[in-house]
Design a protein around this ligand. Structure first.
Ligand code: CMP
Length: 140
């Protein structure tokens, strides 16, 4: 079924000048960018986005990293978009990511892991709405 998912190109990948290469992978896999913007997240924005991880030991470092530079947030649309994006990204820890995945090719550490993608339909709905209003999404 056609789905939408939220993708974030994280500060490490933006700093590496890899925005275009990463978006090209989404497009080549049949995902369409239907919304996009560059943001430099505040502590409140990053902490709210990752609220489910609030009690985890890595939460402070995660917020610190996600606010360390600009990110590119996008809504990707396509058949099976949530799982497709997760396949393209590879495992959260780049050391465990399959060859040819975005994290294997662009990420160094579990903190600086190049990209985020929604992990379920429920989180995709919340995450898309966290960054985009309906009139900013250009379904096509
Ligand atoms: P992301 O998919 O953006 O969701 C939460 C992020 O926390 C994750 O990617 C990692 O970059 C980061 N993180 C740091 N340590 C861990 C950990 N032990 N387990 C899961 N995520 C972690």
């Amino acid at each position: 079924a056609t789905e939408r998912t939220l993708s974030i190109i994280k500060p490490d990948a933006v700093a590496k000048n890899a925005i275009g290469e990463i978006i090209a992978r989404f497009e080549k896999a049949g995902l369409k960018v239907v919304a996009a913007k560059m943001l430099h997240l505040s502590d409140e924005q990053a902490g709210g986005f990752y609220a489910e991880h609030k009690e985890r030991p890595f939460f402070k470092d995660l917020v610190g990293f996600m606010t360390s530079g600009p990110v590119v947030v996008q809504v990707l649309e396509g058949d099976d978009a949530i799982a497709k994006n997760r396949d393209l990204m590879g495992a959260t820890n780049p050391k465990e990511a399959a060859p040819g995945t975005i994290r294997a090719d662009f990420a160094e550490t579990i903190d600086a892991n190049a990209v985020h993608g929604s992990d379920s339909p429920a989180s995709a709905e919340r995450e898309v709405a966290y960054f985009f209003s309906a009139d900013e999404i250009h379904s096509r």
